[in-house]
Design a protein around this ligand. Structure first.
Ligand code: ADP
Ligand code: MG
Length: 244
């Protein structure tokens, strides 16, 4: 099976800060990958580069075999992105917002309506479609962002801290949606929550200071580090952060 996402030698500098350092990874359909790391590890920077929002300082990214630098529009169509604190338009109703986002992706008329309907169903937001975005609870806001990210049914989905700040029930909802879609997509979920990595993901990439420090199934990552606790692995491989 061909790789859906290929990243080679990727770096991003902000002045003196090296947020992502010479990072390489390959991912396939059906992989639900936890991009696990402490705050400041470079998770959002990595996702922002894959989505095309940030330009890398070095390295390359291929989406479905094509370099995103040469195929920026096609790549964006193949990637759904729920960014951290995704900007939503507070004045619009949920329905209007999703119509608008679908139009931005080039859909119109019945096709647009159908895309919006399917995404709303999956995200379970049908009951708030006529509500203004500014009146929604945090859980619903996240689900609207989620619906937006899956509008074009993209083969690659980037979810940046999708359950951050949600209560336990809301977390369960989001994780159920991720599980439903995981089989026929490549999903990259950035998180600093160990239980999220363990429960929804079938591959764990541990990232620290912009570099991959572990990569494999949960069982592989635990075995490599001779422990049964992901928390211990996380601590061992990321605790250098505080010593500086
Ligand atoms: P994470 O998402 O894992 O918490 P980030 O990718 O947001 O980490 O940040 C990685 C590092 O890059 C941090 O040291 C952060 O302060 C820095 N950084 C991120 N974005 C910017 C920016 N726009 N300008 C300067 N520094 C940034
Ligand atoms: Mg982040």
């Amino acid at each position: 099976m061909p790789y859906t996402l290929e990243i080679k030698g990727l770096s991003k500098n902000f002045g003196d800060i090296c947020a992502v350092q010479n990072l390489s990874l390959k991912a396939k359909q059906g992989e639900v990958i936890a991009l696990l790391g402490p705050n400041g590890a470079g998770k959002s920077t990595l996702m922002n580069m894959i989505s095309g929002y940030l330009v890398p300082s070095a390295g390359e990214i291929k989406v479905l075999g094509k370099n995103i630098r040469n195929y920026p529009i096609e790549s964006k169509q193949n990637i759904g992105f729920l960014s951290e604190g995704a900007p939503l338009y507070p004045d619009l109703s949920v329905a209007r917002f999703l119509d608008y986002m679908a139009e931005l992706r080039g859909f119109s008329g019945f096709v647009r309506d159908d895309k919006v309907k399917k995404a709303a169903e999956l995200a379970k937001i049908e009951n708030v479609m006529s509500q203004k975005i500014e009146t929604l609870s945090k859980g619903y806001l996240r689900r609207v962002g989620f619906a937006q990210s899956i509008l074009s049914n993209p083969p690659i989905l980037l979810l940046d801290e999708p359950t951050d700040g949600l209560d336990p029930n809301q977390k369960v909802h989001i994780r159920e949606m991720i599980e439903k879609m995981g089989k026929d997509k490549t999903i990259l979920i950035s998180t600093h929550l160990l239980e999220e990595a363990e429960s929804v993901c079938n591959r764990i990439i541990l990232i620290n200071k912009g570099q991959i420090v572990a990569d494999g199934t949960l069982a592989q990552v635990l075995a490599q580090n001779r422990t049964k606790s992901l928390e211990k692995v996380f601590h061992k491989l990321t605790s250098m952060q505080e010593e500086v």
